[in-house]
Write a protein that binds this ligand. Structure first.
Ligand code: SIN
Length: 513
């Protein structure tokens, strides 16, 4: 039996900041990470940047931009918290404490622009901002004596009074979480970790779609664990599709919105700009609108992609400003300084998730959610570009402070039912086919454009598939792959059910009549 004061599941920006903040205040923290190093998950993939305070900028302007992008569904107190604390934490933590390698020009932080921002306020480290942030924080976390890191370990389920206590009277207590069952990926051993408080910081769910900008880890784990534990999910159907990923047989690769922020145009197969037909902010309209306009043009022109054109910029400038995008394009034979880039939308970000308070508390006692897995209400129905790292930073910090100051009773650890190991070896062909089924169903029926009939078809598929997978899981020798598959189908099913329940098109949720 292992014990910790704070168990953090996941190691993106939210998890890292929370771990470091709580550990600096003396808490014993344990991080569970299913990959083999803390440089994993979505954070190191983030290209564009993080919001700071631009010239002629103020919190009110940022608030208005977030609310406009969110299409009437943002929770205002959460937006207020973000605009009040976010830029301050960027300065105090990222710039002054961790000394992230942001770009400067003429001695000042270099600001870039992205869709639906009214001023240039996004700071960046070329086109690999998330990597620069993670590289700056990971050593501080690894070297902190109060933090224990379990790489190559996968959380299976949260421990709750309602599901795991052997004491029948615990059912009458407020529902609470007191840790998690964890798999050692290498030895297949399963063991419980008891925790006074548990943070879900597991990131996103893009892997439930066939086309996504997300890394392999984004299999929806935290959403599914929270759902099984009985925590409240919110806005799961607001899945943001990034408008521009490279259309290539080598897979989708994100072309940051900052490429449009620096002047790239969207054109159709005939070379015509088309955004003026859809929105006055043209290529820098809110993401949901740009992504759907592209979908529309692809249908209208009967062509599998549209194109992003930044040929009017100098080749050396492009290479210096967007080195990683440029390198990827070169590797697939595209020269962005002389050719337009074929692009299509792909699943990018979950605007909804595990519902949390301003302090990051979920509807279960002693369980918090931070980062993409959470729904703070900031993003409403459509997230404003470059708010995700800011939200992760803010809620990671706020929630860590909350547990450090928390005077509530979080010391009850009941006897639990023992974990029972099963032995059936997993047939990888079944796992691969089930994933394809999930990914194609989500892409075709619960994608950028939805219809009632498509959603009902998806619901039927997931009803059946989730039963199959649960049977399979119950008999299986535990592995990371089977855990992820079980989480993937649960998350896909939840998104579909939310989409069916909400008949109003808003933001990322668009129902074609
Ligand atoms: C991008 O660089 O376009 C992604 C930024 C974001 O998702 O906020």
């Amino acid at each position: 039996m292992k014990n910790t004061e704070l168990l953090i599941i996941g190691s993106g920006l939210a998890g890292l900041v929370a771990a470091w903040t709580a550990a600096e205040k003396g808490k014993k923290v344990t991080i569970i990470n299913k990959s083999n190093s803390l440089m994993s998950g979505s954070t190191p993939w983030a290209q564009g940047g993080i919001i700071f305070e631009g010239e002629n900028d103020n919190p009110q302007k940022l608030k208005e931009d977030i609310i406009n992008a969110g299409d009437g569904a943002c929770w205002i107190p959460a937006v207020d918290q973000l605009v009040r604390y976010g830029p301050k934490l960027v300065k105090e933590l990222l710039i002054d404490t961790f000394k992230v390698d942001f770009d400067y020009s003429d001695g000042h932080l270099d600001f870039t622009e992205e869709g639906a921002h009214s001023v240039r306020r996004i700071i960046h480290s070329k086109d690999t901002t998330g990597k620069a942030i993670a590289q700056a924080i990971v050593p501080a976390v690894e070297n902190n004596k109060n933090i224990t890191i379990f790489n190559n370990h996968t959380a299976i389920d949260l421990l709750t009074l309602s599901h795991h206590s052997t004491n029948p009277l615990d059912l009458y207590e407020k529902p609470a979480c007191f840790g998690a069952f964890i798999l050692n990926n290498k030895t297949n051993e399963v063991f419980p970790i008891y925790a006074n408080n548990t943070f879900l910081a597991t990131g996103g769910l893009g892997q439930v779609y066939i086309n996504t900008t997300n890394p392999d880890e984004s299999t929806g784990d935290g959403f599914a664990m929270a759902y099984r534990a009985g925590a409240r999910l919110l806005n799961m159907h607001y899945i943001q599709f990034h408008p521009t990923t490279v259309y290539s047989p080598h897979g989708r690769f994100l072309i940051s919105e900052s490429v449009r922020g620096e002047g790239a145009f969207l054109i159709d197969k005939h070379g015509n700009r088309f955004m003026e037909k859809y929105h006055p902010q043209l290529e820098l309209a809110p993401r949901d609108i740009v992504a759907r306009s592209i979908y529309d043009v692809m249908l209208e022109t009967n062509h599998p992609c549209v194109y992003l054109d930044i040929r009017h910029k100098d080749s050396e400038w492009l290479q210096n400003r967007f080195p990683s995008i440029n390198a990827f394009l070169q590797s697939v034979g595209i020269d962005m300084s002389s050719e337009s880039i074929p692009v299509v939308p792909a699943a990018h970000y979950a605007c909804g998730g595990v519902g949390v308070s301003l302090k990051g508390r979920t509807s279960l006692q002693r369980l918090y959610a931070i980062g993409e897995v959470s729904c703070t209400g900031v993003h409403g129905a459509n997230r404003l570009a470059s708010t995700s790292l800011l939200e992760a930073l803010t809620w990671g910090w706020v929630a860590a402070n909350e547990v450090c100051e928390n005077k509530e009773d979080d010391n009850y650890f009941p006897e639990i039912y023992e974990w029972k190991d099963e032995t059936e070896e997993i047939d990888n062909a079944l796992i691969a086919q089930d994933w394809l089924n999930i990914k194609h169903t989500m892409w075709n029926y619960v994608g950028l454009v939805r219809t009632k009939a498509r959603l009902h078809r998806a619901q039927q598929i997931f009803r059946h598939l989730s039963t199959e997978i649960e049977d399979f899981y119950r008999k299986a020798k535990m592995t990371k792959e089977i855990i992820q598959l079980r989480n993937g189908v649960t998350t896909a099913y939840a998104i579909t059910n939310f989409a069916i329940e909400d008949r109003t098109s808003r933001g990322c949720h668009y129902i074609k009549k």
